[in-house]
Design a binder for this molecule. Structure first.
Ligand code: SME
Length: 162
């Protein structure tokens, strides 16, 4: 059994504390859903964001389908290119939205959400298999620090995923 240890209050320091713990957590487990479920739990506990979780690529339907998450209920499917998640998938890049109310194609799963970051998650061959989505109740919650460390986290998942 693992227990999460977070002592810092500074955002970068929290990432530096939790990333090695996540690495330990996933290194001996190859099941993607189990690992994503624990990662969502760790991020929620460490940062207290409104919603954090994963949407998985459904290649056949060309949609994202809801995966492991922590937070209020969310929309189940997002078409390719739609919403911030679908755009991050289509562009294969991280998207940071400081104010979702000003974003032209934001899909509001919760009216409490004010800012958002979406990070592509790949497998070891570089194929995009999911996106990590985090939503906060404050505007401009996410910045380059989150982008940097959440991409490090995505690389960890990729290294572990055939
Ligand atoms: N806001 C996202 C949809 C997912 S929920 O926020 C959990 C989007 O615009 O893609």
């Amino acid at each position: 059994m693992h227990e999460l240890h977070v002592e810092s209050t500074d955002k970068a320091e929290i990432y530096k504390e939790i990333l090695p713990q996540i690495e330990c957590l996933i290194q001996d487990e190859t099941d993607l859903i189990a690992n994503l479920a624990n990662i969502a739990a760790v991020l929620k506990a460490a940062f207290g964001w409104l919603w954090v979780g994963f949407y998985l690529v459904d290649a056949e339907k060309r949609e994202l389908v809801l995966g492991p998450f922590q937070g209020p209920l969310a929309c189940t499917r997002i078409p390719f290119g739609r919403g911030v998640c679908g755009q991050a998938w289509a562009r294969e890049e991280t998207i940071v939205v400081e104010d979702v109310n000003l974003h032209p194609d934001h899909i509001a799963c919760s009216s409490l959400s004010q800012s958002e970051i979406v990070v592509p998650v790949r497998n070891r061959s570089g194929q995009l298999i999911a996106v990590l989505d985090a939503d906060a109740e404050t505007t401009a919650c996410y910045d380059g620090t989150d982008e940097y460390y959440l991409n490090k986290l995505a690389e960890m998942i990729a290294a572990n995923q055939a």
